[in-house]
Ligand binder design. Sequence first.
Ligand code: SAH
Length: 408
Amino acid sequence: SGAAEAAALLRHLCRKVRASGPLTVAEYMREALTNPAQGYYTRRGGIGDTDSGDFITSPEISQVFGELIGIWYVSEWMAMGKPNTFQLVELGPGRGTLTEDILRVFNQLTSVLSKCDVSVHLVEVSPKLSEIQAQMLTGGKVQPNPEDESAYMKGVSKTGIPIFWYRDIQDVPAGYSFYLAHEFFDALPIHKFQRTEKGWREVLVDTDPEVPDQLRFVLSPSRTPASENFIQPEETRDHVEVCPEAGVIVQRLACRIEKDGGAALVADYGHDGTRTDTFRGFRNHKLHNVLSAPGTADLTADVDFSYLRKMTQERTTTLGPIKQREFLKNMGIDLRLQVLLQNSRDTATREQLLRSYDMLMNPEKMGDCFNFFAMLPHHRLVHADKKDKPESKSPLPPVAGFNELLLK
Ligand code: SAH
């Protein structure tokens, strides 16, 4: 049962502390979320509504969310001259709903995409969630451990598009790719640091000497490798969270986009380098003490978009972060809502459409705290040889979402 597994993970972490000293918050978070036997995501991850889940995400609230993201990729594909093939690469696909909604849009636009060879590549560590994704996207018809691929599983979508699963972005084949990370970076392990009179100290997770099998936060008595490496000299905050793993992944995406072309869209709750203590847990849609019953709650920290931007090392252009409600408005959510309302007869459906719109767009709900951020090749926004003959070039189309959508 969940309780027994949670107790086993807690005992394992306490043993680890007794054997080799306090853990970094990053080590703790990695174990709690993705420990191969008892991690929260490994076991299932409670994405779902009030009845079944621990937290709910935008694609699970409304199909419109994924549809508009699908349109974003098609619009970028057109703006980039309709290359004859692309990979859609999603990091942390959850239940697979977002990809499902995107593939429905691709299928509706077959007249536009007909000559384009599309494949889907999902980066997912959780065996349980990859099963749920396979069920959602292929009806469960998948082949485990295909010999000819770097993927651990492959299948074909209901609309005939090949789908591959990987544990790591590095296993995804090179090539022109559109990347997607929705509520992915917030689940990656962070380090936490506190400014003290003696300088920066890392926050660590220790056992409580007074209470057996209970964890507590302590400050490192001296500097740690992470406090030496991850704090910027110009830092002004007193408490800082850094997610080096997010930095490494963004670096990889930036290198790939620079070399092979494409774009990345990152959506998450986060800030632009201003917030401090955002590490928190969710269980049954309620805040949950991050140190109690590890493995039974979702742990998350706001994404620092200023850090992601820095980690692109200017290999790509970046856009955003902009608020979810602005992005979706620019993508035409209002018009889409009107069409769906007109097409639905019964009041229950109409009320559901309005409720989910409010959830995504209301500044008090998800409208303001969620942000969109994009990485694009430099030539997408500035002609490579603009110094030579700027007048002979047609203007580059604006990037949808960050500007109003213009479909030609
Ligand atoms: N994008 C989905 C799910 C978000 S939950 C949605 O918006 O609904 C986070 C997802 O990332 C889960 O699928 C989880 O299993 C996956 N994940 C967490 N850590 C990961 C890692 N290190 N590598 C790959 N996937 C990871």
